[in-house]
Design a protein around this ligand. Structure first.
Ligand code: ATP
Ligand code: MG
Ligand code: MG
Length: 589
């Protein structure tokens, strides 16, 4: 057969290639550097970088930095970092702002070709010209549309030179506003340039007071970089016509042909339910917010809502930095995106689908460890010095994951509080007084004989047990355990969804109502957990830093508990674990 079928060798992405089967494929990933990337962007990265790789072409990382009010340096760094983490290397890193001079010259050229005019109408007036709020009314031109080319050139230069404040002048493309047969709003004289009030740009400084719009910039930058296939999400479907219109006007493209210039095609977004992806909303979760509410007397009161998460990389979020920190392997994430496939339809998934895909990947790739979240000490009173030993245990009982570690078998072990009951029950299969339980990889089962309790808290503090070597009774269940003498204390964090609601986007994001929907148990911390000493072996020579692009994080399956990774916050004195995913789908979580 012809090798593995990939999303690029069949279906939507194959058809996109077949429409323009060039030798030299050139794509671009064009993020706006105004926030951290989220899981949806993983799809955009997989599509653009993956397509280029599949066709032995190249992919640019283009920062679409035409909006000086919203951009920050830290976002630039993080975007590149995440692309590398996903295993891709940009052919070249470019900035839309590098082309500001060329774009400006082309704007003048467009005016000269009678393809743009300077307009001074208010936003409200422009909306009316475009058929009113529902875009259904009669459309009409303003007086500026017929002004002379010389007058538009002069005014455009005046815009550039600071004569106008924001909102007082726009360069508008002279498209088909007045053609009653043109039903596409993207052809109704879109703005090409605007005056920006807060105009200091992180790269071009104070040079520009006017900035080009997405509609003007994107297609031209694609042309400058000789992009062959320009793939974006379906909300830009209607923009394809204006994309081609501008390129044709400026001779970068030939009407009704894909021979010359870039070709735009649109695929469906990837959305995740049960969470928030909007940058503005995540920012509220990260920084908290202050809301104003009217109290009973009608007076306005300020309420401070504290942050709901620790940062943009909090494992409960679906930003890519958060998924990475939660321990999701880059390759597993990419595989997941590929499993979902690429078409022009929106892909809306619930988090459990991601979890189940990640779980399948981890199952085959990470070692097993024994971890006790809430330990109780068990003393096996009749254990002799000979019984104490080192046993060699494979990292994976099925042998899929190579390697092994030695586990110390001692007279005192920790088991989890949830694996013991003070009173037995015929249906109960774990440890209870006079009951037998197996311990994984332990030379014999044990039987509990008695226990002590802290009377003030009512909690069991210690269990005494004996070897159950002589019995014919069958061991029904095996539980995990950790040797008291050699175990390592750790802090373990488990995660549930942040919100009670399954559709947090429908919560009240204006007046802070979302805060009432936060779950108290979105993070559960076990401060006194203990893990077998083998974890130290795993940590040796591995990376705890999730931003290490080698993706060499320490991950493991804690038997009967969950998949975990070692968090970057860990120190010599305190190891911190993050749950990656549970062992099976927990209904109702
Ligand atoms: P958001 O507003 O959700 O942050 P955006 O479209 O403003 O998204 P950009 O930084 O402009 O974010 O996105 C860069 C590229 O990623 C664009 O080509 C965009 O279409 C694509 N992209 C953004 N969100 C998704 C998504 N949910 N699924 C697939 N691709 C996406
Ligand atoms: Mg965008
Ligand atoms: Mg955006």
């Amino acid at each position: 057969s012809a090798g593995p079928v990939s999303i690029f060798s069949e279906g939507w992405l194959k058809r996109v290639y077949d429409e323009k089967p060039v030798k030299e494929v050139r794509t671009r990933f064009p993020p706006e550097p105004n926030g951290y990337l989220h899981i949806g962007h993983a799809k955009a990265i997989a599509v653009n970088f993956g397509f280029a790789k599949h066709h032995k072409g190249v992919c640019f990382l283009r920062y679409d930095d035409t909006n000086p009010e919203k951009e920050e340096e830290k976002y630039f760094t993080s975007i590149l970092d995440i692309i590398k983490w996903l295993g891709f290397e940009p052919y070249q890193i470019t900035y839309s702002s590098d082309s500001f001079d060329r774009l400006y010259d082309l704007a003048e050229e467009l005016i000269r070709r009678d393809g743009a005019y300077v307009c001074h109408c208010s936003r409200e007036e422009v909306n009316r010209q475009r058929g009113g709020p529902d875009n259904r009314g009669a459309r009409y031109a303003c007086e500026h549309r017929t002004r002379s080319i010389e007058s538009s050139l002069e005014e455009f230069r005046a815009m550039r030179d600071g004569k106008y404040k924001a909102g007082e002048a726009y360069l508008r493309m002279k498209q088909s506003l007045t053609d009653p047969n043109e039903g596409n709003p993207q052809m109704w004289d879109l703005p090409a340039y605007r005056v920006v009030a807060q105009n200091h740009h992180h790269r071009t400084g104070d040079r520009w007071k006017i900035y080009p719009t997405y509609d003007f910039t994107h297609c031209l930058c694609d042309a400058f970089e000789n992009i062959s296939h320009s793939m974006c999400t379906t909300e830009f479907q209607q923009s394809r016509v204006s994309y081609d219109w501008l390129l044709e006007k400026l001779d970068f493209k030939v009407p009704k042909s894909e021979e010359k210039g870039p070709m735009q095609r649109e695929y469906g977004r990837l959305n995740v339910g049960g969470t928030i992806l909007s940058k503005r909303r995540i920012l509220m979760l990260v920084e908290g917010t202050t809301v104003e509410k009217k109290n009973a007397d009608g007076a306005t009161e300020k309420t401070v809502i504290p942050p709901a998460v620790r940062g943009w990389d909090d494992p409960r979020l679906y930003t890519l930095v958060a998924l990475r920190r939660r321990g999701i392997p880059a390759q597993a994430l990419l595989r997941f995106v590929e499993e979902l496939g690429v078409t022009d339809a929106l892909t809306e998934i619930q988090p459990f689908r991601l979890d189940s895909s990640i779980r399948k990947y981890l199952e085959r790739t990470v070692p097993r460890q024994m971890l006790i979240l809430d330990p109780i000490k068990v003393i096996i009173e009749d254990m002799t010095a000979e019984d104490e030993q080192e046993v060699t245990v494979p990292y994976d009982p099925k042998g899929t994951v190579p390697g092994q570690r030695t586990v110390k078998v001692g007279r005192e072990v920790y088991i989890d509080r949830s694996d013991f009951r003070e009173e037995d029950d015929p249906d109960y299969r774990r440890l209870a007084p006079n009951k037998l339980v197996g311990l994984y990889n332990f030379p014999f089962p044990i039987r509990a004989t008695s226990f002590s309790k802290d009377e003030s808290t009512g909690k069991v503090t210690e269990i005494r047990a004996v070897k159950a070597t002589w019995t014919t009774e069958k061991t029904k269940t095996h539980i995990q355990w950790v040797d008291v003498a050699t175990g390592i204390p750790v802090k373990a964090r488990q995660y549930n969804s942040l919100f009670k609601s399954e559709s947090p986007n429908t919560l009240d994001w204006k007046t802070g109502g979302w805060a009432d929907d936060l779950r108290d148990d979105s993070e559960i911390v076990y401060p006194n957990a203990v893990i077998e000493r083998g974890l130290k072996e795993l940590i040796k020579e591995r990376s705890l830093n999730p931003s290490d692009s080698s993706d060499n994080m320490v991950r493991f399956q804690a038997l009967r508990v969950a998949y975990f990774c070692v968090d970057v916050e860990s120190t010599e004195d305190e190891i911190v674990l993050n749950q990656i995913v549970s062992l099976r789908e927990d209904k109702g979580k």
